[in-house]
Design a protein around this ligand. Structure first.
Ligand SMILES: [Zn+2]
Length: 79
């Protein structure tokens, strides 16, 4: 089965504005052959993602919602 969204941040690949390098992760999470955030701290990852979304000009409420959803991504399940 082919993924349709990022396993780390749940962004749909159809919304990914960058060039994806990985089958599993979006162009934000996986760059230059490795995961941009290699840590294991969900909270820390969420904070970085939230800031990145707001920086891109996303509505803050929407960004908070997407940030909340990250905990359900395969990468963070059970954390
Ligand atoms: Zn991602």
């Amino acid at each position: 089965m082919t993924n349709t969204q990022c396993e780390s941040c749940l962004m749909p690949f159809s919304k990914d504005p960058g060039q994806r390098e990985s089958e599993k992760y979006c162009s934000f999470c996986f760059k230059n052959g490795k995961l941009c955030y290699e840590g294991n701290d969900l909270k820390e990852f969420q904070k970085a993602s939230y800031e990145a979304m707001v920086k891109k000009g996303m509505n803050k409420y929407l960004a908070r919602f997407y940030t909340f959803l990250i905990r359900f991504a395969p990468r963070w399940k059970g954390k």
